[in-house]
Design a protein around this ligand. Sequence first.
Ligand code: PMP
Length: 306
Amino acid sequence: MTTQLKPDLLAHIGSTPLVEVEEGIYAKLEYLNPSGSIKARIAKYMVERAEESGQLQPGMTIVEASSGNTGNALSMVAAVKGYKMIVVMPAGLSSERIAISRGFGAEVREVGDFHVNGALEEARTLGAQPGYYFPGQFDSEANIEENREVFGPEILADLGVGRLPDAFVMGVGTGGTLIGVGQCLHAANPACWLVGMEPDESCTILCGEVHHHKIEGIADGFVPGIFQRHREEVDELVAVTSLDAITEMYALARRGFFVGPSSGANVVAARRLKARHPEFATIVTVLCDEGEKYLSEYYRIFGNQR
Ligand code: PMP
C-alpha cells in the first residue's frame, strides 16, 4: 500500500475537495488547507518565489499586513522554513487570528481599528528596511500567478473532462483569487462569467464607500492594486450584506461546513447568480476559511439546541 506521507507540511497545501454545495454550485473547501484558509496557497507561493529570486534569504524577517488569514498562513510558512515573521493587523478583528499567528511563533502588531490601510503602511515601511521581506499581497504578481497556475487548474481537473465552469464567484480581498482563477477558467471557457463580491455595507469598488462590515477577509478598506490593474477582466460585481453572509455561514455549519462569513457570502452570491442565470449549469465558488477562527465572534452565541 502506498502512503500519503509527505516530508514537508507545505506540500499538503492545495488539492482541496470540490463539492457540490447545492445544485449546480460547486465550492472548493479551502478552509481545509494547513492554517485553515485559502491564503496558505499564496503564502507558500510568494515565499518560494522570493527565495528563488534571492529577495528572501535565511536569517531575514518576513513582514506582511493582513486582516488575518494571510498573516496566519505566512506565520505557518515562516515556522516551517525558519524565518522570523511579523504580522501587522488591524485590531478589532477576531481575536483567534491574532492568537493563531502568535501560536505559530510570529510577532503580531495591532495597527488601526478595522481596515488594513494603517497596517499596510507600517508593514511596507518596515519591509523596505534591510533584512526584511515584504510580500505585499495586495499588489503581488505572485498572488495572481498562484491562482492562475495552481488553484485554477486544480478546479478544472476537479470538474473533470468535458465539464467547464459557466461562472466563478469570489469575494474580493486582494482580488488575487478572483483575477488569477478567473484568468485560468476564462482560458478554458472564454464564456466563463467572472463575478466579484463585496459587502453591501462597504462596497468600495462598486460605490466608493468604506465602512465597517462583518465579512472579514474581504473589503479591507481600499481598492487593491491587483483589482485596479485587472478590473476590466471582471464581468460583474455584486454586494451581499453582512447579515446575509453570517446567516448563510450558520446554515453551512448546520450542514457540516464549519466556515467563516466570507464563505457564506460567496454561497449567497452564487445562489443569486444561479437564480438570475438558470442556464449556468456549473457555478464555482470557494469556502474560504474555517469557523474556528470566529468562535468568539459568532459561534459562541449558541447554547445547546435540538
Ligand atoms: N475570504 C477570506 C476569509 C479571506 O481571508 C480572503 C483573503 N483576504 C478572501 C476571502 C479573499 O481572497 P483574495 O485576497 O484572493 O481576494
